[in-house]
Design a protein around this ligand. Structure first.
Ligand SMILES: Nc1nc2c(ncn2[C@@H]2O[C@H](COP(=O)(O)OP(=O)(O)OP(=O)(O)O)[C@@H](O)[C@H]2O)c(=O)[nH]1
Ligand SMILES: [K+]
Ligand SMILES: [Mg+2]
Length: 457
């Protein structure tokens, strides 16, 4: 099947000092000759005039680099042009390229070609998308590691290890009369399978923090009405994202804002929690607040330090405006913010040694204690998120490893009585791991993965 030569702007849209255009496919070099005339050296930047082949008029001048396939991003002959980022230049260039026989690329089409030409595997394609989307340095580092092949290498290593365990089982099936008796085979393969299961399980457990880095953490700000939750969210965000007033029940819907806490954090302001909501809208708001509190990775309970008489009575059973039900939403290691410290004569230093929670004295109004709060949130957000080495950054990767572990569990159970079944299970485990790099089942996930790419990538 003939392959089209495709083009797109690789840099962002809009006016820019320089815009980068990419042309890839079998005709890339011949189209380059039509537009530029003179030959240039492979992989060396050259300053050229790009002309309209129709009348020889100059479209723009800029840098051109040719990458002869397969040593290019797509694996095909590729041209990269850096011209001025102007709409008129872009239109004239697209016209000329189309008339010369190329067509505009679809979203992700360059990367898809890189995948098909084995320049990248599926995990690396995902990493590329993650790198382009990265907002924090942890996301960037994790994506870069995966792009360099860390995850792919780990998956491949385990796949080979499983196949190596399987080899003597198969030999036993093929040559039942020679060599090992099943019991001896099982004696050797059983512990090997168990060891593989253990290391895969450890790997899987690490995926929780890897996905946290990629997807971000969710923080819910909860508490009784008028405690200053919205004021606190505004202070964290550094802008007036939520409405503040002295009317209890001001916030009804969830108001979200994003913060860079080393990992991306979504902070949710929520409706004040009280038993007797004033109307059905507030009631719905309270319902949503509780749900968000349950789903969040970290909860921050905001209390008006001047309104709660004693923290001991509060924590031992709840007080009038902070019922037990609200406290029950908290999990150990969540944060309690004693807000409005500016209203107290002496700022009580919050209890941390014996408290199951991290407690902080803060004033959303004056900013006192806010730095400590940001520090505490950052610590909780990145907790366990640092680990070197390969990481299962997506649910898809974790599912493949879970499948492999399940298959190895079956292999372990079958190995003594039915080695041929165990061999089949081991083969399935290896296949599951092959899904990570796309060695297996690549067509099933292509649509999902490439739907998130933009044009020019
Ligand atoms: N003195 C003082 N007042 C504060 C502080 N934080 C908030 N307030 C005031 O407390 C009142 C309630 O603040 P909000 O931020 O609306 O409280 P909320 O918890 O979001 O309230 P609801 O959305 O109704 O549940 C407002 O009048 C704020 O100005 C603070 O640190 N010190
Ligand atoms: K309020
Ligand atoms: Mg509010």
């Amino acid at each position: 099947m003939a392959v089209d030569t495709i083009f797109a702007r690789a840099s962002g849209a809009g006016k820019a000092g320089v815009a980068v255009y990419r042309l890839s496919g079998p005709e890339a070099f011949s189209i380059f000759r039509k537009l530029v005339g003179k030959p240039i050296v492979n992989r060396e930047a050259a300053y050229v005039a790009v002309r309209d082949p129709a009348d020889g008029s100059v479209i723009d001048q800029g840098l051109a680099i040719l990458f002869e396939g397969p040593r290019s991003f797509t694996g095909e002959d590729t041209l990269e042009l850096s011209l001025h980022g102007s709409r008129a230049v872009e239109e004239a260039l697209y016209d000329a390229l189309s008339r010369a026989g190329a067509r505009p690329a679809e979203a992700g089409e360059f990367t898809l070609r890189a995948l098909k030409n084995d320049k990248l595997d599926l995990a690396q394609v995902e990493a590329l998308a993650d790198l382009i989307d990265s907002e924090t340095s942890l996301q960037r580092k994790q994506a870069l590691g995966q792009l360099e092949g860390r995850l792919s290498e780990a998956a491949e290593r385990w796949r080979k290890d499983i196949l190596a365990v399987m080899a003597p089982l198969e030999a036993d099936i093929d040559f039942p009369d020679e060599g090992d008796v099943p019991a001896a085979v099982a004696a050797r393969a059983g512990p090997a399978i168990a060891a593989l299961k253990t290391s895969l399980t450890t790997f899987l457990n690490q995926s929780v923090s890897a996905r946290k880095i990629r997807e971000g953490v969710s923080i819910a700000i909860i508490g009784p009405p008028n405690a200053g939750k919205s004021s606190l969210v505004n202070a964290l965000a550094g802008s007036e994202v939520a409405i503040v007033s002295d009317i209890a029940g001001t916030t009804r819907d969830i108001v979200e804002t994003r913060l860079d806490l080393g990992v991306v954090a979504t902070i949710a302001d929520t409706a004040g929690l009280r038993g007797m909501a004033s109307d059905v809208i507030e009631e719905e708001g309270v319902k949503r607040a509780k749900k968000r509190a349950e789903e969040a990775d970290v909860r921050v309970l905001v209390l008006d330090a001047a309104a709660v008489v004693s923290r001991e009575t509060l924590l031992s059973g709840g007080v009038e405006n902070v019922p037990r039900e609200t406290l029950d939403l908290l999990q150990p290691r969540d944060i309690i913010v004693w807000n409005k410290s500016d209203k107290l004569n002496a700022v009580a230093s919050p209890e941390n040694e014996h408290s199951p929670y991290t407690e902080l004295s803060v004033s959303a109004k004056t900013g006192a204690g806010m730095a400590e709060l940001v520090q505490a949130l950052t610590q909780k957000a990145v907790e366990g998120a640092h680990h070197d080495g390969p990481a299962l950054t997506r649910a898809r990767h974790a599912a493949a490893v879970e499948e492999a572990i399940a298959a190895l569990t079956r292999a372990e159970a079958n190995i003594a009585a039915a080695p041929e079944l165990a061999a089949e299970d081991a083969r399935l485990a290896a296949r599951s791991l092959g899904k990570i790099t796309g060695a297996v089942g690549v067509e099933d996930v292509l649509g999902e993965i490439f739907s998130r790419f933009c044009i020019g990538k």
